[in-house]
Design a protein around this ligand. Structure first.
Ligand SMILES: Cc1ncc(COP(=O)(O)O)c(C=O)c1O
Length: 228
């Protein structure tokens, strides 16, 4: 089989939809491979700061030859404000500036002011993180009780990615049933993985803890009535 010709490598850690993280050795190996193959290496670190048992590793710890993407959308809860940042290898800054100035010039001025303010709201961010941590704990305790126990390591972000193949139903149908009968929105894995996503679902716990408790309760009633 011919070797796959890549133009670049884009990774996200913690990832969406899985919430899993890459450790330093894995990041190092990917960075080394990209360098050896002469391809670009892009690290999407948008979920940094939303991690639980161990800290996320930035690709900048293993290489300077990397484009790091980050944003105020997740840790700073500013989804929709369209403000983020890039760390770019020194010799590519000018090219990225040219691209940026033709694509969007700059983020909205009001977003820049709000983002500056957000940088000083660490206490509020840590409170949000504590809510995610409690929600994650509830999800990890509650999902096995409804038969959902094959999950990817939920290291960071606010997602649980689970295998539902034992229920013998396509993830899109499963998600539609859960929405229609339990009023709980989950995402079919097919949105992320056209090959294997028919067997997987993504659950987000970026909500209040009360909502998560209610969602788990409804999911339990649904699963007991349909699948258990
Ligand atoms: C891994 C990842 N990268 C980037 C984005 C986009 O974020 P933004 O709101 O800053 O466009 C998302 C949003 O869900 C994401 O999950």
């Amino acid at each position: 089989m011919a070797a796959l010709q890549l133009d670049g490598l884009l990774i996200a850690s913690p990832g969406n939809p899985t919430g899993t993280m890459l450790g330093k050795p894995a990041l190092q190996a990917l960075a080394d491979h990209a360098k050896k193959s002469g391809i670009g290496f892009i690290s999407d670190e948008i979920y940094h700061g939303i991690e639980y048992e161990k800290k996320a590793v930035t690709a900048l710890e293993v290489t300077n030859s990397v484009y790091v993407i980050n944003s105020f959308s997740k840790y700073f809860s500013m989804t929709g404000w369209r403000v983020g940042w890039l760390v770019v290898p020194e010799d590519h800054v000018r090219s990225v500036e040219r691209l940026a100035q033709n694509m969007f010039i700059c983020p909205p001025h009001i977003s820049q002011i709000a983002a500056l303010e957000a940088l000083g709201c660490g206490e509020e961010m840590e409170k949000n993180l504590a809510v995610y941590a409690e929600n994650r704990r509830l999800m990890l305790a509650g999902l096995p009780q409804v038969g959902i126990n094959k999950i990817a390591p939920p290291d960071g972000a606010f997602y649980i990615y689970a295998d539902i193949s034992e229920f013998g139903v396509d993830s899109r149908i499963f998600a539609a049933q859960v929405l229609a009968y339990a009023g709980v929105a989950i995402t079919p894995g097919l949105d992320f993985d056209p090959l294997r996503g028919g067997h997987t679902i993504r659950l987000s716990y970026a909500q209040s803890t009360d909502e998560i408790v209610e969602g788990l309760c409804r999911l339990k009633a649904f699963m007991q009535a349909r699948y258990l």
